[in-house]
Design a protein around this ligand. Structure first.
Ligand code: ADP
Length: 249
């Protein structure tokens, strides 16, 4: 069964002009898939992710979550932002609890869950401090904890590692793969937007390659390689080169 079905989506920010951003995008995401959407800057990747999140509506076409049309944000789908989007006036545990603001759970339970997650994300001792004392990598761990605390079925990630230095990004990518594969983060699927082919190959079961705007799907590649994926393994660099070639074609 498809968890997410993006069906013939078109999008214009300004319908009065010929300002089509997304010409026609369709792809599906199945259970246990990690899907990356890759494409040139400005081709509408973030816009597409916001359409899947139900934050904006497509001009035509539809997106479905397990057969139900997504017309507004739903609790089953949560979002990880490129710039972390933490509230600086709240403590880290309060930021994670924001992910439970729609939940009817009592506050004690929310607090316990948020603290447990911060611990799992390597942030024990930082629960009651504010985001400004954290490094970029630690901030994004709080951002991911906030996204998963409500036990969503789908995580959407918009360039989640691109604001981090490469070493930190690599460490966090490794942690995310470990947590997903060990089911410490239990979701049905992940959709990640990136412009980085190496990152897409490291993380994804499937890569959707978009064209320049107005964008359409140029290719959908499946990557069959065991996790954790090592950049030095045979075949890895070929997959990366192949993706870059498809992007440029
Ligand atoms: P990407 O994530 O692939 O870099 P975006 O989805 O951010 O692309 O943006 C796609 C295009 O839409 C860009 O040309 C951008 O300038 C334009 N755009 C983004 N947001 C808006 C907006 N709110 N109003 C008008 N145009 C926008």
């Amino acid at each position: 069964m498809n968890v997410i079905d993006v069906r013939d989506v078109q999008f214009y920010y300004d319908t009065s002009k010929d300002a089509r951003i997304i010409d026609d995008i369709r792809f599906t995401v199945k259970e246990n898939e990690f899907v990356s959407v890759i494409g040139p800057s400005g081709c509408g990747k973030s816009t597409l992710l916001r359409i899947i999140a139900g934050l904006i509506r497509p001009n035509s076409g539809k997106v479905f979550y397990k057969g139900r049309e997504i017309a507004y944000p739903i609790p089953e789908i949560s979002f990880v932002f490129q710039d972390f989007a933490l509230m600086p006036w709240l403590t880290n545990v309060e930021n994670v609890k924001l992910g439970l603001s729609m939940s009817k759970m009592d506050d004690d339970r929310k607090e316990k869950l948020a603290r447990k997650l911060l611990d799992q994300f390597g942030l024990k001792g930082f629960e009651d401090s504010h985001p400004n004392v954290l490094s970029g990598g630690m901030k994004q761990r709080v951002g991911i904890a906030r996204a998963v605390v409500s036990n969503p079925r789908v995580i959407l990630m918009d360039e989640p590692f691109s604001a981090l230095d490469e070493l930190t990004a690599e460490e966090l990518r490794g942690d995310i793969v470990r947590m997903l594969k060990s089911k410490k983060i239990s979701v049905d699927c992940v959709i990640m937007v990136t412009h980085n082919a190496e990152e897409a190959v490291e993380l994804s079961d499937k890569v959707v390659v978009l064209s320049d705007k107005p964008s359409h799907v140029k290719a959908i590649d499946s990557i069959h390689m065991k996790y954790p994926r090592d950049r030095h393994k045979k075949g890895y660099q070929n997959l990366v080169d192949d993706l870059y070639e498809k992007l440029e074609r």
